[in-house]
Design a protein around this ligand. Structure first.
Ligand code: N0T
Length: 522
């Protein structure tokens, strides 16, 4: 797991996303890496605010800060660029030994061009807005506007070129998010005459082919979904062209994030960001935006079923799972374990800074060291086994579970063994699990070798059983070692757990403990 650095020259390997048999890893310094992220609040992208950002990032023990780079900030006057914030941010990230993920707030920021410069967002003739079916002009810019595409592309390319100049050796920046929560609120698509004409034309052949459909107009091919799918396709094409141009300058991984629709129901597209990469249009986005490395959900629903269903929807053989944003309320923290269980490459709570802004009800009503504690404890625990987990995850050898809301246990199928994870149990004796006071528990398990597993967790108990009985008398945990990995990735033994520490399962508290469990038959 030793990272391949060329520290002497200050040079490291380019970050990249690798895929093996439909599984993914983000390679950082040449080895798989878990992004334990923290996203700052939207308007924290100014040098004067950074002193309130770093302490919160340190507090949650994140390894990566997600930070916006706004179009209005880098190109306030057309053709005049200013990268002073980016340069300041980079220097500080290096001082704090944190990685960065930069978020391109361009044509779309939560559907609107609020972060575009005045010369863009105030000029409807040159940069037209979406017009709804009823003829109402919406805030969102149209994806069917060549001038908008050209202007955004030019700004993004200039940004990526600058990034290569200032970070092309050190690679502090791991990924760039292209736009933010694309799509349109209050209109399913653009109905301007220019857009209507395109809508009445044929579905592009490449899309028809990618989706295994027959040729025809949007209505012919997609029926009642035609409007939304049309908007998704052209939004994705727009974003893809911006991304492709940026990648040609500097090829680090590029991704998009999604404002979600109900994961279980066919929600009316007028009630979410229509055209953005919601679960029902992922195939369209995949076909239309090949330069985008992954599509990550922004999960702001506290419910267990909602959360896990969303993880399932965005973990695909053709999509690496990154929880691009999630709420900063304590109950969201445990979902990092389920994210790992779904082969996630990263997890980033949103609104991590001490500006005193809170996005309640999406996240916590109050942010301080105490409210951030569950994130901090989980990131500390997972940070200590970051490289091991990321590498084993790429091989399909990682399982993870988060505390459900209704039930108080879950089971993980490790193949030869079954792990039962229970919440709210005492550490001594058997009882019925009642759940933690507030749901906060989670466990991650990784197979190191046959019959040998790494087990770590937070406020949870783990019991094992054999899937199929083996051995004359069955099996047992032959040894449970507590320890840690040193910088070279070597396991360092600290002590054996036995007696009370193992008689009633492996009980994890808020203390970060990493166990190596060996099973044997007798
Ligand atoms: C997110 C964040 C930021 C009731 C909200 C979530 C961030 C953006 N948008 O604080 O604005 O930049 O990506 C939208 C969630 C809507 C869900 C409504 C459910």
């Amino acid at each position: 797991f030793t990272p391949m650095t060329h520290a002497a020259e200050g040079r490291t390997e380019m970050p990249r996303l690798v895929r093996e048999e439909g599984r993914y890893a983000l390679m950082v310094d040449g080895a798989p890496y878990l992004v334990l992220g923290a996203q700052a609040n939207n308007s924290s992208n100014w040098p004067s605010v950074l002193p309130q950002v770093w302490p919160a990032v340190e507090q949650v023990q994140a390894n990566t800060l997600f930070m916006p780079i706004a179009w209005q900030q880098i190109e306030p006057k057309e053709g005049q660029f200013d990268f002073s914030f980016l340069d300041t941010l980079l220097a500080q990230a290096r001082e704090h030994k944190k990685h960065l993920v930069l978020l391109w707030f361009g044509t779309w920021k939560n559907n609107s061009p609020s972060y575009a410069p005045d010369w863009v967002k105030l000029d409807n003739d040159r940069f037209p807005r979406v017009v709804s079916a009823k003829g109402v002009m919406r805030g969102s810019l149209s994806p069917l506007a060549p001038a908008t595409l050209e202007a955004d592309k030019k700004a993004f390319v200039t940004f990526m070129r600058h990034l290569k100049q200032v970070d092309g050796q050190q690679h502090t920046v791991l990924m760039v998010q292209v736009e933010n929560e694309t799509g349109t609120y209050g209109a399913v698509r653009d109905f301007r005459p220019e857009a209507q004409k395109v809508f009445e034309g044929k579905v592009p052949a490449d899309l028809v082919k990618a989706l295994n459909k027959g040729p025809g107009t949007w209505k012919d091919v997609f029926g009642k979904d035609a409007d939304e799918f049309f908007h998704a396709y052209f939004t994705a094409r727009f974003v893809d062209q911006v991304a492709a141009a940026g990648k040609a300058e500097y090829p680090i991984p590029l991704y998009v994030n999604a404002a979600l629709r109900d994961p279980f129901k066919d929600q009316d597209p007028y009630t979410y960001s229509s055209g953005g990469p919601t679960w029902n249009v992922l195939d369209i986005w995949k076909a239309a935006a090949p330069s985008i490395d992954l599509i990550g959900p922004d999960i702001y629903d506290r419910g267990y079923d909602f959360y896990v269903k969303t993880l399932e929807q965005y973990k695909r053989p053709d999509n690496a799972l990154l929880v691009a944003e999630t709420g900063n309320d304590a109950v969201y923290a445990r979902y990092v374990f389920a994210t790992l269980g779904h082969q996630g490459i990263g997890f980033a709570p949103f609104g991590i800074d001490y500006t005193r802004y809170v996005n309640y009800p999406l996240g916590a009503a109050k942010i301080d060291a105490e409210s951030l504690e569950p994130f901090a404890m989980n990131f500390k625990l997972l940070g200590a086994i970051n490289r091991q987990l990321a590498a084993l995850s790429l091989k399909g050898k990682v399982w993870g579970a988060s505390e459900p809301t209704a039930d108080h246990s879950n089971t993980l199928d490790l193949g030869p063994y079954k792990a039962t994870v229970s919440y709210g149990l005492p550490q001594f004796g058997d009882a019925k699990p009642t759940g933690n006071e507030k749901p906060c528990g989670g466990v991650v398990i990784a197979e190191l070798a046959p019959n040998e597993y790494l087990v770590a967790g937070y406020h949870a108990r783990v019991d094992f059983s054999q899937a199929v009985k083996a051995g004359k008398n069955g099996y047992m945990m032959a040894s449970v070692e507590e320890g840690h990995f040193d910088d070279s990735g070597k396991w360092v033994f600290e002590r054996l757990w036995n007696g009370d520490q193992t008689d009633y399962g492996l009980n994890f508290t808020s203390t970060p403990q990493i166990l190596k469990v060996r099973f044997a038959t007798y």
